[in-house]
Design a protein around this ligand. Structure first.
Ligand SMILES: C[S@@+](CC[C@H](N)C(=O)[O-])C[C@H]1O[C@@H](n2cnc3c(N)ncnc32)[C@H](O)[C@@H]1O
Length: 182
């Protein structure tokens, strides 16, 4: 179902940037340093059909929150079927993250997770999203991103003090996973 949804969406919208959702291996590796023992606030850019959300909702506490920002309207409709009080879905670009956080009364969040294809973005847009991400994260917060190559490392290093990468080959295509901290 999800692969078909992706292929249909990709034909209409190049920003979908994938033929299939992330694998469970990618999801587990990307989220491995989220502290599920506490109440956490997570913002996700580009949730697609919600494969990360399905995993996160099984692990986050009842007092945690997951705010998703998705640009593709078909995916937004699909995400609206996630019936969970901890979830909010916004049809918007990640560029609007600070305004969306304010709507929720949030000055800072614990984790920002991202699958958006940064290599497709204009340099200015990419830097605006990364700068807003830094402003919104708690000092000990983490930006978790996955991309099909290591192209994002340099940009992340210009916004964050510590950037680590690792790979997950059990994904179509293989993924480079980034962890960036202040
Ligand atoms: C590679 S897919 C990843 C989807 C999903 N997170 C997964 O792991 O299977 C990229 C997603 O980012 C969304 N997207 C692209 N640019 C975006 C932006 N500027 N703001 C929010 N979502 C965006 C696309 O519509 C798509 O759902």
């Amino acid at each position: 179902m999800s692969t078909i949804a992706y292929l249909k969406s990709l034909l209409k919208d190049k920003n979908v940037a994938s033929v299939t959702p992330s694998s469970s291996f990618t999801i587990k590796k990307t989220t491995r340093n989220i502290d599920f023992s506490k109440d956490v606030t997570i913002i996700e850019y580009g949730p697609g059909t919600g494969v990360f959300a399905e995993f996160l909702l099984k692990h986050i506490s009842p007092g945690s929150r997951l705010i998703m920002i998705e640009m593709n309207v078909d995916f937004v409709h699909q995400l609206k079927h996630l019936k969970d009080d901890r979830v909010s879905v916004h049809h918007a670009s990640a560029e609007q993250v600070e305004a969306i956080a304010l709507e929720h009364g949030l000055q800072k969040v614990d984790y920002i997770l991202s699958g958006i294809p940064f290599s497709f973005l204009d340099e200015k847009v990419k830097n605006r999203i990364l700068a807003a991400t830094v402003r919104l994260l708690h000092p000990e917060g983490i930006f978790l991103a996955y991309q099909t190559s290591s192209h994002l490392k340099e940009s992340l290093q210009s916004h964050f003090s510590h950037v680590e990468t690792c790979y997950e080959i059990r994904n179509i295509p293989p993924m480079c996973i980034y962890e960036a901290r202040m």
